[in-house]
Design a protein around this ligand. Sequence first.
Ligand SMILES: [Zn+2]
Ligand SMILES: [Zn+2]
Length: 417
Amino acid sequence: MNFDYSATKKWLLDKGACDRCLGRQFHGLFKGDNGLIGAAVRASDSIEGARKKLSKPEKLKVKLSGECPFCNGLFLKVDTAADKAIELIMNFDFNSFLVGVHIQNELMAIEEQMWSEIGASQCEPLKKDLKRLIGQRIEKKTGKGVDFKNPDITVLVDFTHEPIKINLELNSLFIYGEYSKLKAGIPQTKWFCRWCRGKGCEKCNFTGKMYDESVEELIAGPLLEATGSENEKFHGAGREDINARMLGKRPFVIEMIRPIKRSINLKKLEKEINKRAKGKVKVYGLRASDKEEMRLLKTIKYDKTYELIVKCANDIDDEKLAKIEKEFTGKEIAQKTPTRVLQRRADLVRKREVKSVKCEKLGAKKFKVVVRAESGLYVKELTHGDGGRTVPSFSDIVGPCEVTELNVLKVHIRRGD
Ligand SMILES: [Zn+2]
Ligand SMILES: [Zn+2]
């Protein structure tokens, strides 16, 4: 190991390093608190000597300095910064946190310069030590723990401001659940008025919305109240047509943005949501989730099973229905973007597989069909053919027809695909 104890120590002391900045450069050799390491190194001429001194930390006296060129006295401000942060975060309900610090660029440059002269093999960077010290103090005073991966709150300490500025990043609260939509005509998500884009105008009766309610709002209402969140975002595993009911259960993750309260009773809230949304939406199995699951939900592949009621222009018979079942099971369908959504979506051809088809005759010109297909297949168009834009379609066999009712019976999630 290429580390010169005496030369490193001399270089730092000549420049006026405080005990913490001295100790930081020896961190890898001794581990532990950099202030104590610095005090021990200052008082010893060898690694062995310093180690001996560190075994009796109660006898060491750590000296900090506002004149230290390596920290510019920042270590003297750590307690103030931590106390300020504690005062702020106590306004929120949280279980874990993480500290970030912002320091003058000048100090970063001085640190770089130092490493290029004395090496950086054993050192601990200034920012890392600051973060640890502030974190330890917050942990001690609040009893909450540091979480590097999924903290509830990120505390950003800005040392470039005088007085020190604290910014809090309240991380979202994620809740997983599944929903059914029992009534047609409700969109999945909030849909802003297309004329005023949410501001409110005569066309939308000053609601800012195209529809009075949505699955999102029916679910979010009680959750917003309980958490005091600023806003929310709804992430469904796919979506259903406004006019389709969702009779199966569709997974979703709802993201509560900047929540004040995090410890909430999800069982009780589930009941409250179901009470208020009675006859429209029902939720099941609400539980804590995280960002990762939310991302997964948006990328996983799944099949859907639909139930459609179809009205034909001509008479149908069992033979024709049997032909639909036989010809469409396992069939790949080529679909151009449906005419009805062409205004909103790019015109392209997509290929999706029909997994299974089951038909049942309901009248001379009416039948029910249950279709399982890859997500993304437009089943209404699979039925009537959309003027030749979907090939093949059921209308190739039964002639002109229309879908009078559409329900999603099941969303088949295949995790790990
Ligand atoms: Zn210092
Ligand atoms: Zn409007």
